[in-house]
Design a protein around this ligand. Structure first.
Ligand code: PEP
Length: 253
C-alpha cells in the first residue's frame, strides 16, 4: 500500500558535537552526495539547536539535505527560558522537527498531550513534525507493545496532521542506543498497527511516512528498511558517523 513512498532517513544528533564536528559531518555528507548521489531517500539531519545556524550555512544550496530541530515549544514566543519555538526553527532553515522523543518524554516529563501540542505548533509554523512513539521493555515483555504504541499514536497525533506535515517514528525505548533491535516481524507488527491507526484518523493516512528508530546501523539497515510499512529510519548514534549514515541512506530500497 505504501510501496511508492520515498524513504526518509533522519539523523538525530542529540546533544553531541561541536561547531567543528558539525562542519566536518556535513562536509562529508555533501561529498558523498556529490560523489555517489543522488541518494535513494530524503535526508534530514537534526543537530543540536546551537549548531543549527552553522548547519544551515553548511547545507545552503545543497539539494538533498534538509534540516530539523530536535524539539520545539508549544508556544509561538514568550517567557520560556531555554526553549526554542517552531517559528525560530523555520527562521533557521529547518523543514522538520522531532517531537516526543522518548528522551524528552522521560527527561522532561512530556506526555502525549504535550507532544500533540508541540506537533500542532510545528505544523502551524510550517514544519513537518516527526512524532515519536514507542514502548518500554517492561511494556513489551508484558505483551502490551501494540496497545501502548497505538494509544500513543492516538494521543500524540497533532490536529491538522496529514501526509504532508507529519511523520511517525516508531522507536522502542529499549532499542535506543542499546544495540538491540526488534525482529523484522516485531517491527512489522507495530508499523501495521500504526498504519491502521493513521488510516482510521486521516484521509491520507496511507501516505504518512512511518520511520523505525532504535540502533539502526549499516549492518541492519537494509533488513529493517525492507519491512512492510517501514518508510525510513530515525537514526541516533550512527548518524554521528558520516560514512555510517550515508551507508544507511544507501540501504533504502
Ligand atoms: C534515537 O535516539 O532517535 C535513536 C534512534 O538512537 P540510536 O539510533 O542511537 O538507537
Amino acid at each position: 500500500m505504501t510501496e511508492s513512498l520515498r524513504p526518509l532517513i533522519a539523523g538525530n544528533w542529540k546533544m553531541n558535537g561541536s561547531r567543528a564536528t558539525t562542519r566536518d559531518l556535513l562536509t562529508a555528507l555533501r561529498a558523498s552526495l556529490r560523489d555517489s548521489g543522488p541518494a535513494p531517500c530524503d535526508i534530514v539531519v537534526c543537530p543540536p539547536a546551537p549548531h543549527l545556524a552553522l548547519a544551515a550555512m553548511e547545507t545552503e544550496a545543497v539539494s538533498g539535505i534538509q534540516l530539523g530541530g530536535q524539539d520545539c515549544h508549544t508556544a509561538t514566543s514568550g517567557a520560556h527560558t531555554g526553549d526554542v519555538s517552531a517559528a525560530m526553527l523555520v527562521d533557521l532553515g529547518c523543514a522538520y522537527v522531532i517531537v516526543g522523543h522518548s528522551e524528552r518524554r522521560a527527561d522532561h516529563g512530556e506526555d502525549s498531550a504535550t507532544v500533540k501540542a508541540k506537533g500542532q505548533a510545528a505544523i502551524a509554523a510550517g514544519l513537518t513534525a516527526i512524532v515519536c512513539v514507542g514502548e518500554t521493555l517492561g511494556e513489551r515483555d508484558a505483551g502490551r507493545a501494540v496497545d501502548v504504541v497505538g494509544a500513543q499514536v492516538e494521543a500524540s497525533l497533532p490536529g491538522g496532521a496529514n501526509a504532508g506535515n507529519t511523520v511517525i517514528a516508531y522507536e522502542p525505548v529499549w532499542a535506543i542506543g542499546t544495540g538491540r533491535t526488534p525482529t523484522g516481524a516485531e517491527i512489522g507488527e507495530i508499523h501495521a498497527c500504526v498504519r491502521a491507526r493513521l488510516l482510521g484518523r486521516l484521509e491520507d493516512g496511507d501516505r504518512v511516512p512511518i520511520l523505525y528508530g532504535g540502533s539502526v546501523k549499516p549492518e541492519n539497515a537494509a533488513a529493517i528498511l525492507s519491512v512492510p510499512d517501514v518508510n525510513g529510519a530515525l537514526v541516533g548514534g550512527a548518524s554521528l558517523d558520516a560514512g555510517d549514515f550515508w551507508s544507511i541512506c544507501q540501504s533504502c530500497p
